[in-house]
Write a protein that binds this ligand. Structure first.
Ligand code: PMP
Length: 320
């Protein structure tokens, strides 16, 4: 199902010149947004990126871009880690993204990929004295992982990159080899997703999602010091849990075996949305099906991102 969608997505991108990219300061057809093989970011993974969603609301015939400015604030922070500055502010990048979406004219869910990369075409491992540029493009996008029935996960044999190796709080392209190693190991072993531990053995996150557990009615998630990406969705989950569901939220380290004994586990992120985890390392979580808190958070989140909850309209920017 997801593979089918991935193929469709690739075909859609290849077949069309209708999709646009913001590239080298202008809007160009996506098929013309190409970099040279000597580009530093391509050679050394010296780039930072974001994943942003825009949700189609058929009733309102409107596309809602989700959390544009927070994503551009985060990419700017990631870029600074790699000694890159670009001239546009987060608000200006949000405007560029809206223009891109209007040009694309897609009337369906979209996934946007901004990348700030070392654009110098030169050999040499370093961060300083190199040019940086930004590119942004969007593609039609449905599910990334299952959000309804629940997924089966494996604790990975790969450990999460450490803050003193490659900072996980920056969304650095090169560091995603870490997530890719974990995800492929899990999928080739017959699981849907990987859960990655820190070097000292605490639960960090999924391959590209933050992790929450529910135990005795309390929502618990690893702190930002356990080598997680500080997810925007993670922040929203904590907000909804406290404000809408009246649930206590704790940010604290989680041991591996706490996962096995949790009442509920779920992963969340812009791409993943909310994905209940119903089995870990062949042990059923809770009742072996999505739990109450996960379902409540999920219902509110999906209504919010499609613009159905006035209280959360501030997360969204209408495109048209
Ligand atoms: N962790 C990692 C490693 C990720 O790549 C992502 C996706 N950006 C997340 C967590 C979730 O972050 P967000 O909710 O901001 O998309």
């Amino acid at each position: 199902m997801l593979e089918q969608e991935n193929r469709t997505q690739t075909a859609a991108v290849e077949a069309t010149t209708e999709l646009w990219a913001f590239f080298r300061g202008e809007y160009v057809p996506l098929c013309d947004a190409n970099i040279n093989v000597m580009t530093h970011g391509f050679n050394y993974g010296t780039a930072v990126f974001e994943g942003i969603r825009a949700y189609w609301n058929a009733d309102e015939e409107q596309l809602f871009a989700l959390e544009l400015v927070p994503h551009y604030q985060r990419i700017r922070a990631s870029a600074r880690l790699l000694m890159m500055e670009i001239r546009q502010s987060p608000e200006e990048l949000a405007e560029i993204t809206l223009e891109l979406l209007r040009r694309d004219g897609l009337r369906e869910d979209v996934y946007l990929r901004p990348i700030i990369y070392k654009s110098s075409e030169t050999i040499g491992v370093r961060l300083h004295n190199l040019d940086a540029d930004i590119t942004i493009f969007g593609v039609p996008f449905g599910q990334y992982i299952d959000t309804e029935g629940g997924i089966r996960a494996q604790v990975s044999s790969w450990r999460r990159v450490d803050d003193n190796a490659i900072p996980a709080r920056g969304k650095i392209t090169g560091a995603y080899v870490n997530g890719a190693l974990a995800k492929s190991e899990a999928q080739l072993n017959g699981f849907d997703e990987a859960i990655v531990l820190t070097a000292d053995g605490h639960v960090s996150e999924g391959s590209a999602e933050n992790l929450f557990i529910v135990k005795r009615g309390v929502l618990i998630t690893p702190p930002v010091t356990d080598n997680i990406l500080e997810g925007i969705t993670r922040g929203r989950m904590m907000e909804i849990a406290r404000d809408d569901l009246g649930i206590q939220v704790l940010e604290r380290s989680i041991d591996r075996t706490e996962l096995y004994g949790a009442d509920e586990v779920f992963l969340c992120g812009t791409g993943a949305q909310i994905s209940p985890v119903i089995e870990i390392d062949r042990r059923k979580i809770g009742g072996g099906r999505p739990g109450r808190v996960t379902r409540d958070l999920s219902r509110i989140y999906f209504d919010a991102v499609r613009g159905r909850l006035p209280a959360y309209r501030s997360w969204l920017t209408p495109v048209f």
